[in-house]
Write a protein that binds this ligand. Structure first.
Ligand code: HEM
Length: 513
């Protein structure tokens, strides 16, 4: 689900589409320019870089060779906290200041709480927007979100899944030990963190402990889905869709595979529930979906819809959380003094026993490290795309419906007007109380790694527990060093489904005794 806006800068596209761009522009310019003119006369859109006829800024973005977040970052000094990019037939408005985010998502929250039109691939995978993240603001969204929050993510429900977390944490530490032993003390960070959180979410979703083979199968399938969900050029220029029939077939094929992988799990659980004498596993997200009542609809979700909802649950929390842990370990390696301060707090709090989630509240330094982590490295650089329910004004500009609204998160959490030395990773800013931020954005916005307002990430509390727990266990069990020895950590970013480290982090670990 967490979302890459555009990644169509692959070289092979370059030549073909430059040529196509010129042709298409010329052909359509005369057809559409009149219509465009009358429309934009009425609207006072935010400023933005001048684009080409019809295709707008699409090819400038695609041919820039930069990841989308970098393209946006480079435009900020020139165009300020709200600007427009025309991406073919889609209009995108990028918002990057705390004040405007607060005004839109909190003060005018109801109007800004919707989602835009989806591209055809996303329509297929979201079962026509039948997910919490893709549903427009309305009764379906309310039903699905309420179900997910009340039955899975509320504080009391979260406690019920403690043992799934413990099992996954122990497994994580075991895997790190054996990987280190087999590789001269060196481990991959992202891969292991990802596996751990994936295990937790699978157990919560399906209510069963799966063997490694099954976990691997589901994981591979999820990755394939994320790849075909990458936006394509024809999503922005539907007129080009005849050139993408192969890709569309592939989409159908992958959707079929997704259904074929997950429906047997769903059916197995359905049978277990129908036959209470069998040893039914613990409560799961799946159980909440079988008879789910949706406002305004008579039928409960179909199997393909359940596949979609389960995938959302698992995808929403996997890469985001694992990414946070990778950046955290990178920062611990870069700053041995922060690492040892954290280790000292763990020792002081739990002595020789294993650190557990009940300890987290009494560990203010850990909490400060995690908050600073989410400020400096929000796992996604854009919140999910918003849309308004009716035309409104923001910062003196018109925001039409059917416009993609993108909130650029580092624009807020790196703002030198809001933070002292924003480029510095410094947990003490929170620990010593010099600075603070309401991460929910209720009293104001200074950072919003989970979004704010009605669409705020419903997994916020669970994600925070997962990140805290993983970091605490990993620092308690090992001391972390750079690899290669004495090397500097490379903090360059790369856009995957989240913003990960360009060179996936490898680290040398010393088990603590
Ligand atoms: C560190 C981990 C995570 C981060 C940084 C994160 C971040 C976000 C962000 C930025 C949004 C968009 C908010 C908006 O549209 O304004 C979002 C939405 C969402 N997240 Fe997360 N998330 C994380 C973990 C999770 C987890 C663990 C789950 C659930 C299992 C989850 C499920 C969702 C869902 C369902 C939405 C859509 C909400 C809606 O549209 O109403 N996320 N998340």
């Amino acid at each position: 689900m967490h979302h890459q806006i555009i990644s169509i800068s692959q070289c092979y596209h370059t030549i073909i589409f430059t040529a196509l761009a010129v042709l298409v522009s010329a052909a359509l310019f005369f057809l559409l320019s009149r219509k465009g003119k009358t429309k934009s006369k009425r609207l006072n859109l935010p400023p933005g870089p001048p684009g080409w006829p019809v295709v707008g800024n699409l090819f400038q973005v695609a041919l820039s060779g930069k990841p989308f977040f970098q393209y946006v970052r480079d435009l900020l000094p020139k165009y300020g906290p709200i600007f427009t990019l025309k991406m073919g037939t889609r209009t995108m408005i990028i918002i990057s200041s705390a004040d405007l985010a607060y005004e839109a998502l909190v003060e005018k929250g109801q109007v800004f709480a919707s989602r835009p039109r989806e591209n055809p691939t996303r329509i297929i995978f979201s079962c026509n927007k039948f997910t919490v993240n893709a549903a427009v603001y309305g009764p379906v969204w309310r039903s699905l979100r309420r179900n997910m929050v009340q039955n899975m993510l509320s504080a009391s429900k979260l406690r019920e899944f403690k043992s799934a977390r413990e099992i996954a944490m122990d497994k994580l530490i075991d895997r790190l030990h054996s990987e280190a032993e087999a590789n001269g003390g060196v481990v991959w960070v992202l891969k292991n963190a990802r596996f751990a959180v994936f295990c937790i979410l699978l157990a919560m979703c399906f209510g069963v402990e799966m063997d490694e083979q099954m976990i691997e199968t589901v994981d591979q399938m999820m990755k394939t889905v994320l790849i075909v969900l990458d936006p394509r050029l024809d999503d922005y220029l539907p007129i080009l869709s005849p050139f993408f029939s192969k890709q569309r077939k592939r989409v159908q094929q992958v959707r079929k595979e997704q259904i074929e992988t997950l429906v047997p799990l769903i059916e197995k659980r359905r049978r277990q529930k129908a036959n209470p004498t069998s040893t039914a596993a613990s409560f799961s997200y799946l159980d909440t979906l079988f008879d789910l009542k949706i406002e305004g609809r008579k039928t409960s979700p179909t199997n393909p819809e359940i596949v979609t909802l389960c995938s959302e649950f698992i995808n929403g929390g996997t890469d985001t959380t694992a990414t946070a842990v990778e950046w955290a370990i990178a920062r611990m390696i870069e700053n041995p003094s922060i690492q040892s301060k954290l280790y000292d707090e763990i020792r002081r709090t739990v002595g020789d026993r294993k650190v557990e989630e009940k300890d987290m509240e009494g560990m203010p330094y850990l909490n400060a490290v995690v908050k600073e982590l989410l400020r400096k490295h929000p796992p996604t650089y854009f919140s999910l795309t918003h849309a308004v329910t009716e035309r409104v004004r923001l910062a003196g500009y018109d925001i039409p419906t059917d416009t993609n609204l993108e909130f650029f998160l580092p624009g807020i959490s790196d703002d030198p007007m809001l933070w002292s030395n924003p480029e510095k990773f410094d947990p003490d800013r929170f620990f010593c109380g010099r600075e603070d931020a309401d991460i929910m954005g209720v009293t104001g916005v200074k950072m919003m790694p989970f979004g704010v307002g009605r669409r705020i990430c419903p997994g916020l509390s669970m994600a925070t527990v997962h990140v805290n727990l993983m970091i605490a266990r990993m620092i308690q069990e090992f001391e972390w060093f750079a690899y290669p020895e004495n090397g500097k950590v490379d903090f360059r970013e790369k856009l995957e489904f989240t913003v990960v480290m360009k060179n996936p982090l490898r680290a040398r670990v010393n088990p603590r005794v």
